[in-house]
Design a protein around this ligand. Sequence first.
Ligand code: NAG
Length: 215
Amino acid sequence: MATPILILGLFALICPLAFPSYASTLQDFCVANPNSQGLMSGLACKDPMMVGANDFFFSGLHLQGNTSNPLGSKVTPVNVAQAPGLLTLGISAVRIDYAPWGLNPPHTHPRASEILTVIEGTLYVGFVTSNPENRLITKTLQKGDVFVFPVNLIHFQYNVGPTNAIAIAALNSENPGVITIANALFGSNLPISSDVLAKAFQVDKMVVEDIQNKF
Ligand SMILES: *[C@@H]1O[C@H](CO)[C@@H](O)[C@H](O)[C@H]1NC(C)=O
């Protein structure tokens, strides 16, 4: 009865990179080596002797993101792509800047929950629970307020104040991933048939094509 578990355990010891949960008990860290063919989040570990402080470092979250775009928001990520020492650690961070009435549009993180702290300004935030309830859980946040977005659920932040807003968020994945709903549905490469989207959204095809043209 124990044999499959034993074999799995032995395999995990021999091949720790394939088993993130085992790997974390076998080594202090696995700093991403961008030049190697990878096994962990698409990356492999650097030789530990070659690892230094800069692998665990990022400078720039003091800088304001450029919000001169149609949404009026900018996300500055600090995940494994920016700080390779995050590989296997299951955490990352972002700074989000919002122009007045700027929007971080509805999106999901397929691999992480998020805890967001407002540093400046006033944000109307929310997430929607899964089918069939699709309940909107929402709140208006002031400086110092914290809000949680559970993994996978569609969420957004909207700056309702007349001033710039800033938030810092932490996510429990070194590679949380983002699916921006509007971009995925209306800006995919190749485009989804407007017949499909017109039926899904119960609107005229011209409305769909008008939205698709914006992406
Ligand atoms: C901000 O982004 C806009 C649009 O991409 C660009 O035109 C502008 O030069 C950028 N501003 C700065 C300060 O980088």
